[in-house]
Write a protein that binds this ligand. Sequence first.
Ligand code: LIP
Length: 271
Amino acid sequence: MGEPTPEQLRLLAVEVATAAGDLVSRGRPDRVEVAATKSSPTDVVTAMDTASEQLLRERLRAARPADGLLGEEEGHEPGSSGLTWVVDPIDGTVNYLYGLRSYAVSVAVVRSDGAPHPSTWTVLAGAVVDPSGGETWSAARGCGAWLTDARGTRALSVPSGPELGQALVATGFGYDARRRAEQAAVVARLLPRVRDLRRIGTASLDLCSVAAGRVDAYYERGLNPWDFAAGWLVASEAGAVVTDFAGGPAGDHGLLAAGRGLHPVLLEALR
Ligand code: LIP
């Protein structure tokens, strides 16, 4: 049996991300406890992060047993099919911990030779489920990007973008104090030159917001592959330009997403 189509993969991504989104939203206790920390005392893991990733792995292993898996909490499990599922069980974990509404389950599937890495993988399909907002964002390579909510499903198309001074720009910050100081310096130089900044705290939703024109651009340095794999495809298939800060493939070293007219102007400003 050959490789499934991007549309078939998109439907599976939506199915499993929706199941995990139901789990984390319906199962959220009144007071979420920190189960562990990772790169810093503020880089937290909750029991629901772990439960959500276990559900994603179970569902994906049942549906696509030969595929690999790369997840935020349990790492990389190689497969034999050339496809790897890249999952963030709760993107926006700090928001989830505090009861803020902006968090999502992000599921992407990539084709790669060897270990999956953003510089060499091809993203085939992705889904970002926002349980609080009742919104499901999805995309299939070469087939477009979609938003599904209570009103139905509609195609996404990114406008070219305003001039820099009219641009609403989203960004985010890492967990490391030194990196945050550097990021604050970038914000200090950029803030006077744009309409305003937004810090949503969830990279996948930042990228989907670009796809829907809810922000004009999003940039961040230091993201993990699972933070942006699905949102990257949603924004790209909606017509955004998504690169690193040198105009190359986006990655943990840098990601900038914006409409075709705004992207080069903001790239220059960020340089
Ligand atoms: C988060 C990202 C966000 C970034 C946060 C954090 P997590 O991912 O989605 O864009 O600014 O620092 O990395 O840790 O909630 O999965």
